[in-house]
Design a protein around this ligand. Sequence first.
Ligand SMILES: [Zn+2]
Length: 293
Amino acid sequence: MQNPALSILSNDGTVRGFIINSRELVQNAFELHQTAPVVTAALGRLLSAAVMMGKTLKNPGDLITLQIEGEGPVKTLLATAGANGNVKGYARNPLVDIPLKSNGKLDVSGAVGPGFLTVLRDNGTGEPYVSRTALVSGEIAEDITGYYAQSEQTPSICALGVLVDRDYTVKSSGGFLIQLMPGAEEATICRLEENLQKFQNVSALFEYTSNEEIAQMLMDQIPFHITEQWNAAYYCNCSKKRTEKVLLSLGRQELMQLIQEQKPVELCCHFCNRKYQFSRKELEALLIEGAEK
Ligand SMILES: [Zn+2]
């Protein structure tokens, strides 16, 4: 499996968790977006979080979108995931070059800066559920933990790490999300906190440790079982048909202006860089289609 992942549950049902080794999909994102190392790490963390949070969605067609808007040079990071393990994302500014932190690590919080995390949950019927929280640190994992505490009142611990190699490729990447369900006993919580102390360097963790081993470490002395073994992927479902909708959403005025400019229009997908061209004829057909609606 390319991006192996696990969903786990304590036997008493009060602790659930998700663990993902996301190296392949973060490498895919790096190849698509040609991100600088600090952005590879920032976007990789967000993609890893989104794909795990996608697993908390109730219906197969539901989508979750995480958007980080910060004052730092990367400006906006966005990741969208489904309940099926598919995820896609982009960074507004992929080429951020800032010094490493004093401990030699990539300065993700410096690239992101202070700002906000917006979480949109869309079940395809009407308005999505939107929640906006201030970033805790800009390191992303803490911001996800903060979101769950503030918006969902679900005590959670999120840990994320991306290790970028010297040639800028992704050496390792992964994360976990542990959540307390109602009724968790004090002893379980204490045990969990103790177990979490073992995780100092999450970036390097996924290089040599399997998801199963990480699950054992996290749930040491807490009886648990694996509820699902699944596979995540970087996947974009864009198409010319969907791109037509974007053009239609511009409105009649804008569309007419594009036609008057007499040039073919090219739209590029933010998520996968696929390009869609529309001839003048196609634009005119869209204008008629738009008028009929
Ligand atoms: Zn696309």
